[in-house]
Design a protein around this ligand. Structure first.
Ligand SMILES: C[S@@+](CC[C@H](N)C(=O)[O-])C[C@H]1O[C@@H](n2cnc3c(N)ncnc32)[C@H](O)[C@@H]1O
Length: 121
């Protein structure tokens, strides 16, 4: 996602200023500890369940982080965890907020793999 598109999206959704968005975004992009934990743990996870699903990537992860920092939600519900990349960004924001809870829902990976193999969905 282009930086300007991301900023427009976040501005219209949250009412945050460009400066606020940039501050929150740099909070997570400069968090070395977060990124090294992410790399280490996502590698472990993909060894466990394979790598059929793409993760959201760092750009959309940053969007999720900024959304949660700006909106300071009490509850976040996530469907589709896979290796946990989006969960990690959300949880990092909630921890920084010192507020909020994440409920993540997924299905056993064997079932999604079976559905994809049998029905192509
Ligand atoms: C593209 S991956 C999610 C990527 C993840 N959000 C990330 O950023 O790393 C899609 C996930 O959706 C899950 N999924 C598929 N159908 C589902 C359903 N009906 N309910 C909950 N999760 C589902 C799959 O098992 C898979 O883990």
């Amino acid at each position: 996602m282009e930086k300007e598109t991301m900023q427009d999206f976040l501005e219209s959704l949250t009412g945050a200023s460009v400066r606020e968005i940039e501050e929150y975004a740099s909070e997570i992009t400069s968090n070395r500890e977060f990124h090294s934990h992410l790399e280490e743990n996502l590698n472990k996870r993909s060894r466990y369940c394979g790598s059929w699903y793409p993760s959201i990537g760092t750009g959309l992860g940053t969007v999720l982080y900024v959304l949660c920092r700006q909106l300071k939600p009490y509850v976040v519900v996530e469907t589709g965890v896979a290796g946990g990349m989006s969960s990690s960004y959300i949880l990092c924001a909630l921890e920084e907020n010192k507020y909020g809870r994440l409920y993540s829902i997924d299905v056993p990976w064997e079932e999604t793999f079976l559905f994809e193999t049998l029905f192509g969905v």
